[in-house]
Design a protein. Structure first.
Length: 231
């Protein structure tokens, strides 16, 4: 059966000689995998594989036969918002890779979650469109996405308590507390002042907080690149 849905490309793997299997977070069906034939063929006249780069926003027509199927097929796919900065700005693209890896490890539902999908879409568009002061974007994103995943802390004190209960070895200094409170409550456009050391400390704490709530999350390989960039 054919369905229309919006989607966010996460990653893909090669399949046979000319095809790929792409993982997409869809508005209608949550996380799904789709086979795309012929995109790696030398005879292909279009560069359709570019549609499946991390965080690309897509309009899709998809075949879904049953919930028991683990891999579905795409009937139509097109980019809904062409990126002009995100793939070409090294810092932005590194943030995008980090976010993509985080999403692959945290998005596990194979069902619709429209508030989460809308949050992700708006976050991606903000990162694409902003031209200044996005060095804290990944921290802001982590703080706010936790609400959509069901374990967001209402206050800094609540998060600190959970960290302490799980033997997190550090405490927040006042500038980090103030910044985190803004990240929890304020939009991306709000200005937050953190130095490199404070930014790294808060990133480590937020990742630890996610691991408390998401069993089997594992290591995030792109984290080290992000730490180096944000020094």
């Amino acid at each position: 059966m054919l369905h229309k849905t919006r989607g966010i490309a996460l990653n893909f793997v090669r399949f046979r000689e000319t095809s790929i299997i792409v993982k997409i977070y869809t508005e209608e069906f949550g996380v799904q995998s789709y086979i795309v034939n012929g995109v790696r063929s030398a005879k292909s006249k279009t560069n359709r594989i570019a549609l499946f780069q991390p965080l690309t926003l897509l309009d899709l027509v998809v075949y879904h036969k049953s919930k028991e199927q683990t891999i579905h097929r795409l009937s139509e796919v097109k980019c809904s918002v062409p990126f002009r900065s995100l793939p070409f700005d090294f810092v932005k693209s590194s943030i995008a890779l980090f976010i993509t890896e985080l999403l692959v490890k945290t998005l596990r539902e194979e069902e619709s979650n429209r508030p989460l999908f809308q949050f992700l879409t708006e976050s991606i568009l903000f990162l694409e469109n902003t031209d200044k002061s996005y060095e804290n974007f990944h921290l802001h994103f982590l703080a706010q996405m936790s609400f959509y995943l069901g374990f967001g802390a209402e206050t800094v004190r609540e998060m600190e308590q959970q960290l302490n209960e799980n033997l997190y070895p550090y405490t927040f200094e006042k500038p980090i507390q103030e910044a985190l409170q803004q990240f929890l409550l304020m939009p991306y456009s709000s200005q937050v002042s953190l130095n490199r050391t404070q930014r790294a400390q808060l990133l480590d704490a937020l990742i630890f907080y996610y691991k408390i709530h998401l069993e089997g999350m594992g290591e995030i390989k792109s984290l080290e690149v992000l730490r180096e960039l944000m020094r």
